[in-house]
Design a protein around this ligand. Sequence first.
Ligand code: PCA
Length: 234
Amino acid sequence: MEKINVIISGYDHYEGVQVNPSMEVARALAERGITPSHDSVKGEDPLDRLSMQIKAVALPVSFEQAWPILHQAIEEFQPNIVISTGLKRRARSIAMERCAVNIKDTTQEGESAERSLTSNGEPIDSKGPAAYWTRLPLRSILHAFSQHGIAATLSSDAGTYVCNAVFYSILNWAKAHPDVLAGFVSLPPVVDATATNQRNLGLPLEQQIQAGQDVVREAVRYYIQPSSCDMLIA
Ligand code: PCA
């Protein structure tokens, strides 16, 4: 039986955030695995014929520490697929990130421009390219979301904080490991599924977990049976 190893990373503590969905989603996926897709005919889904192991990796919100910790986990676990996730505080829905940029800035999402002017804006890798595209099958992931009623968007901006730096570092590493598929999912704030009168910002945790399952399922499907029409980078 073919074996597929998947790493999902999230952040354990993020200042000012009560529940960071990224670590919750990563943990839930490692614990529950991937449930079969509703639309697949039993016995015909190639995913039924492989054994999948999912490892959740908790990262600190730190430019210095996050990538070395993830890199070590990658070296130890030898994943075929690496999905990194993080909270995007102002997101209304799941945002599938298309690209990572070679810049780091200590200004956090939502902070004032004044502070932004004083922060450094250095490259993540001074010899690296300006940006990398993800190779995740974004088109089929978005299709799975729409079938499951999960609000989502494409994004070309994972910010310039730790999430983007980790995303860039993964793709920088993956350049020399083209057999590994990697990408980044920005998650919105967690909202209470039963609360009424919401401000339309964020998604319930269960829906975010389902979105994580869709991402892994479609990434694995693409990994074992690549198809150029699944790619969506423009
Ligand atoms: N989001 C931050 C870092 C941790 C997280 O969940 C970011 O957008 O970079």
